[in-house]
Design a protein around this ligand. Structure first.
Ligand SMILES: CC(C)(COP(=O)(O)OP(=O)(O)OC[C@H]1O[C@@H](n2cnc3c(N)ncnc32)[C@H](O)[C@@H]1OP(=O)(O)O)[C@@H](O)C(=O)NCCC(=O)NCCS
Length: 185
């Protein structure tokens, strides 16, 4: 087990299947806030659903294709970061994130994502780390920008949500860009 201390004493640590009840309680606080912006399967409504999400990430961890970490602020689970679709053959993966409303705007997410991107490049030897978000998700694209990612393109009307189709941005940072970044890592 490891953890990393983020800003304000918040800590980043693996989110495990045995956190299912805590994750479900957190989802009760986060659900409506994150629903428009994350994959529908992530937005669960009960402990069984929360456990299935965590089991899915446990499988990714065991297969080396991703993982999920929680952010605890004052002992309460307030959000997290995840990696998925990590392909050693392709040398790329995608990262994502979420916070409950009370934890937003405190500068927690950028250092949490930095830790995950750092892991993807330095421990897993990836060449590209991608970030996909709805084009109108300004807070999400701001995190991608702060991570030093480049907006590579827009997949038009690729994000269906409640009867509308939204554009999806694809951001990415390359290993050599990350290494040469002036931001302390
Ligand atoms: C995307 C999301 C995680 C971004 O969270 P966030 O709190 O805006 O991002 P950070 O944690 O990096 O914090 C940056 C904000 O904290 C503020 N902040 C406050 N104290 C700070 C500090 N000490 N250091 C740095 N930033 C600080 C920054 O000014 C910035 O706020 P601003 O944009 O209003 O100026 C959050 O909006 C969210 O969960 N949204 C819903 C789910 C979602 O969209 N997930 C992503 C799907 S692609």
């Amino acid at each position: 087990m490891y953890e990393r201390i983020l800003r304000d004493g918040a800590r980043l640590a693996p989110l495990q299947v045995w956190h299912a009840e805590e994750f479900a309680a957190h989802m009760d606080r986060a659900r409506e806030h994150i629903r428009p912006w994350v994959g529908a399967s992530f937005v669960t409504s009960d402990v069984d659903g929360a456990r299935k999400v965590l089991e899915g990430y446990a499988v990714r961890t065991s297969q080396g294709t991703g993982g999920i970490h929680g952010i605890w602020l004052d002992g309460r689970l307030v959000g997290g970061v995840m990696a998925f679709d990590l392909s050693e053959a392709m040398g790329s993966c995608e990262v994502g994130c979420w916070l409950e409303p009370a934890a937003e705007g405190r500068g927690l997410m950028t250092p949490a994502c930095e830790a995950l991107v750092e892991w993807a490049f330095r421990e897993r030897g990836q060449h590209r780390v991608e970030w996909h978000c709805r084009a109108d998700n300004d807070r999400s694209s701001a995190v991608a920008r702060r991570l030093g990612m480049t907006l590579e393109g827009v997949r038009r009307e690729a994000w269906p949500y409640e009867g509308h189709r939204y554009d999806k941005q694809v951001w990415a940072v390359l290993a050599h860009e990350w290494q040469s970044s002036t931001t302390p890592k």
